[in-house]
Design a protein around this ligand. Structure first.
Ligand code: ZN
Ligand code: ZN
Length: 372
C-alpha cells in the first residue's frame, strides 16, 4: 500500500522549518478534528494521518530518517521492536524483507514491546492555560491474568518452535538472493503454544479499558504531547509495555485567539469614545480590567497588556494580551440623532482638513494621481 508523503499531508514543502510544520499541523488538526466532524469517517482518517505525519516531522531524528529513507525509515511495522535507532543495515534489511513478502518481518525474538497508544485530549483555552487534571478511558491490551501473559494454559508452557529453532526467522533462497523470512510455523514468535490459554486464546494479552488520571501542565497548546510511560499496550510474552501519548488539542475560544504566548482579542468601541477618549472594560483570562483609551484613537489600534497572555509550558514567562479596538459605526439612528450628526458635520466642514487629516491627504493624493 503506498502512503501519502508526510509533507504533502501537512501541506508544507520539504524546506519547511519546525515552526511552519507546527503551524500547518495546528491548522489542519483543528479543521479535521473528529469532534468537529462527527459522522465523517474520512475526517477521522485524515486526522490520524495528520498525527502520524506530525509525529515524524516534529521529531528531528525521525524526520532525518524519513527524509533519507521515506516511509521505510520511520514506519514502526517495518522495524524490529524497540526504540528508533535502526541504522542503515536495519532499514535496508527490512525493505528487502518487505519486497519478498516477509510481512511484518524483522522480529528477532518473541518478546516484544507493546505498541504506543495515542489519545487526543480536547481542552478549552482556560484549561490549557491553567492546567487541569482529567480522567480518561483508554482501550488497551493488558497482560492476561490466568496465564500471566504467557498465552499458554496454566501449568503448560510454550515450546520452542522446531522449524526455526526459536529464532523466529528462516532463510529462503529467492533466485540470487538468500532472504531472511519470518518463520511460517510460529509467525516469528520463536515459540509454539500447543495448549493455549482459554481467556486470551494464546495471545497473552486481553483488551481492557483503562481509566487514567492525566495531569495536564499549565501552558500547553495544540500539538503538545504528554507521554505516560508504560501506559500503552502490554508487551507480548512479558515484553515491556508501550507508552501512552496524550495529544493536546485546544478548542477555539469565543473571545480570545492564541498565538503561542500571546493572546489577541477585539473590542468594539463607539466612535465617540474613540474621539473623546475614555475607559474601556476589557476581558482577560483572569477577569475584567480597565483600559484607558486616549482621545483621537483610530480604529484598529492595538493596546498591549503586558503579562496578560499565556505562560508557555516550556517556561519563559507569560506573554501579552493584545487588545484591538474596532470603532463601531452607530446603527438604527432615529431622526433626532441623525439631525445631531448632520449638525456636527456642519461644524467640522470648514476645518475638515484639521479634523480629518487622513481623509484629506488621501483625497489629495487621488486628485494628484488623476491629474498627472
Ligand atoms: Zn518458528
Ligand atoms: Zn491467557
Amino acid at each position: 500500500m503506498s502512503k501519502q508523503d508526510y509533507y504533502e499531508i501537512l501541506g508544507v514543502d520539504r524546506n519547511a522549518n519546525d515552526r511552519d510544520i507546527k503551524k500547518a499541523f495546528r491548522r489542519q488538526a483543528m479543521k479535521h478534528h473528529p469532534d468537529r466532524n462527527p459522522d465523517d469517517a474520512s475526517a477521522e482518517a485524515k486526522f490520524k494521518e495528520l498525527n502520524e505525519a506530525y509525529e515524524v516531522l516534529s521529531d528531528a531524528q525521525k524526520k532525518a530518517a524519513y527524509d533519507q529513507y521515506g516511509h521505510a525509515g520511520v514506519d514502526p511495522s517495518m522495524r524490529g521492536g524497540g526504540g528508533f535507532d535502526g541504522g542503515f543495515s536495519d532499514v535496508f534489511g527490512d525493505v528487502f524483507g518487505d519486497i519478498f513478502g516477509g510481512g511484518g518481518g524483522g522480529r528477532r525474538s518473541s518478546v516484544q514491546r507493546g505498541a504506543d497508544l495515542r489519545y487526543t485530549m480536547d481542552l478549552s483555552l482556560e484549561e490549557a492555560v491553567r492546567g487541569v487534571e482529567k480522567t480518561i478511558k483508554v482501550p488497551t491490551l493488558v497482560p492476561c491474568e490466568p496465564c500471566d501473559g504467557s498465552g499458554a494454559k496454566k501449568g503448560t508452557s510454550a515450546k520452542t518452535c522446531s522449524t526455526c529453532g526459536g529464532v523466529g526467522q528462516v532463510r529462503m533462497q529467492q533466485g540470487f538472493f538468500s532472504v531472511q523470512q519470518t518463520c511460517p510455523t510460529c509467525r516469528g514468535e520463536g515459540k509454539v503454544i500447543s495448549d493455549p490459554c482459554n481467556s486470551c486464546h494464546g495471545q497473552g494479552r486481553v483488551e481492557k479499558t483503562k481509566t487514567l488520571s492525566v495531569k495536564i501542565p499549565a501552558g500547553v497548546d495544540t500539538g503538545d504531547r504528554i507521554r505516560l510511560s508504560g501506559e500503552g499496550e502490554a508487551g507480548s510474552h512479558g515484553g515491556p509495555a508501550g507508552d501512552l501519548y496524550v495529544q493536546v488539542s485546544v478548542r477555539e475560544h469565543a473571545i480570545f485567539e492564541r498565538d503561542g504566548r500571546h493572546l489577541y482579542c477585539e473590542v468594539p468601541i463607539s466612535f465617540i469614545d474613540a474621539a473623546l477618549g475614555g475607559e474601556l472594560e476589557v476581558p482577560t483570562l483572569n477577569g475584567r480590567v480597565k483600559l484607558k483609551v486616549p482621545a483621537e484613537t483610530q480604529t484598529g489600534k492595538l493596546f498591549r497588556l503586558r503579562g496578560k497572555g499565556v505562560a508557555p509550558v516550556r517556561g519563559g514567562g507569560a506573554g501579552d494580551l493584545m487588545v484591538k479596538v474596532v470603532v463601531e459605526t452607530p446603527v438604527n439612528l432615529n431622526s433626532r440623532q441623525k439631525e445631531l450628526l448632520r449638525e456636527f458635520q456642519e461644524t467640522t466642514e470648514e476645518g475638515h482638513r484639521k479634523h480629518s487629516p487622513k481623509r484629506h491627504s488621501f483625497f489629495d493624493s487621488v486628485k494628484k494621481f488623476f491629474e498627472d
